[in-house]
Design a protein around this ligand. Structure first.
Ligand code: DGY
Length: 321
């Protein structure tokens, strides 16, 4: 039996299914693994199933010439925590778990958008603190969502699900920034228009990020991009923390240029910088995008399918490298 290391606890049913096919070691303490432990695991296991919390940068692979590990079956769609080129150099295949989490991640993006626009976080805190003094016309007045313009940065699977919810559910007009050209029929399905990044930022009442993380998109939305956004606009990030320059965001919200933001991901998470925690107008969630029972099961089965196909000599369905 192939030896597989799962770096975090998975839903029980999927752990059972995985154990039926492989000799599996689970990380019983359910804490992120250190670079040294991950490096040692590459020598000891035939496959690793990491998650976003396992930093597998160059330091994990550097200096290794040959490893036992043949496949990294990532539990998650984003894989910018893995140095894919370094893995490839060692002949390691990398897979991810797309599609199964698009609905739920778009749901969280929509949740954040609504919460930020309608000041739901502030309202909840007020009620719990016993500080609500009753209905009045000027109380916690927010921003209307229906019919507004939503800019989507990254029009992949999750971006499109966000467009579906916003366009058909809330009558929003959709504008899109995507590195490659989006097929006209795909845009048409959501009544969307593709534009340059600056044009999208300038046209949108809400901007929702759905692009990959990693070095190439680090601070894609920085001070300059935020200055290009409409006064009073909102920024939603369910992609990766590093895509947004958080200090620039705090400055833009505090100055009143932006209306607020909703963040599910953070640069350096789970540590959230104090400036972000202290900034009013930010709605903060702890990386909940895919966190539903159905989706977490489906992600596990997807990773299992990738491993099974690979070890049976077939192309894994979700190979990314
Ligand atoms: C994903 O699937 O990319 C989630 O953000 C967790 O890694």
């Amino acid at each position: 039996m192939k030896k597989v290391l799962v770096t975090r606890r998975w839903p029980e049913a999927v752990e059972r299914a995985l154990s039926e096919r492989f000799e599996v070691s689970f990380n019983e303490v359910d804490q992120p693994m250190s670079a040294e432990a991950l490096r040692a695991a590459l020598l000891e296991f035939d496959a690793l199933c990491p998650t976003v919390t396992d930093g597998m940068g160059a330091e994990v692979f550097d200096g290794l010439d040959a490893v036992r590990c043949k496949v990294l079956a990532n539990y998650g769609v984003g894989y910018s925590h893995i140095d894919v080129a370094a893995a490839q150099r060692l002949g390691i295949v990398v897979t991810n778990t797309p599609d199964v989490l698009s609905d739920c991640t778009a749901d969280i993006a929509m949740t954040l958008l609504l919460m930020a626009a309608r000041r739901a976080g502030e309202g909840e805190r007020e009620v719990r603190a016993g500080q609500w003094s009753g209905w009045r016309p000027t109380h916690l007045v927010g921003t209307k969502v229906s019919g507004k313009v939503l800019g989507i940065v990254g029009f992949g699977r999750i971006g499109r699900e966000m467009a579906r919810r916003a366009h058909f559910g809330f009558g929003m007009e959709i504008v899109v920034y995507n590195r490659s050209a989006v097929a006209p029929e795909v845009l048409e399905a959501f009544g969307a228009r593709q534009m340059g990044l600056e044009e999208v930022l300038a046209a949108s009442d809400f901007v929702s990020l759905h692009c990959p993380g990693g070095a190439e998109n680090r601070h894609l939305i920085g001070a300059e991009a935020m200055a290009a956004m409409k006064p009073g606009a909102f920024l939603i990030n369910t992609a990766r923390g590093e895509v947004v320059d958080e200090l620039a965001l705090v400055a833009a919200v505090r100055s009143g240029h932006l209306g607020g933001a909703g963040l599910d991901v953070f640069d350096g998470e789970p540590v959230v910088r104090q400036e972000v925690l202290d900034c009013p107008g930010l709605v903060l969630l702890p990386h909940l995008g895919s966190a539903t029972a159905e989706t977490r099961d489906a992600m596990g089965y997807c990773a299992l399918d990738n491993l099974t196909a690979f070890f049976e000599g077939y192309a894994p369905p979700n190979r990314v490298a």
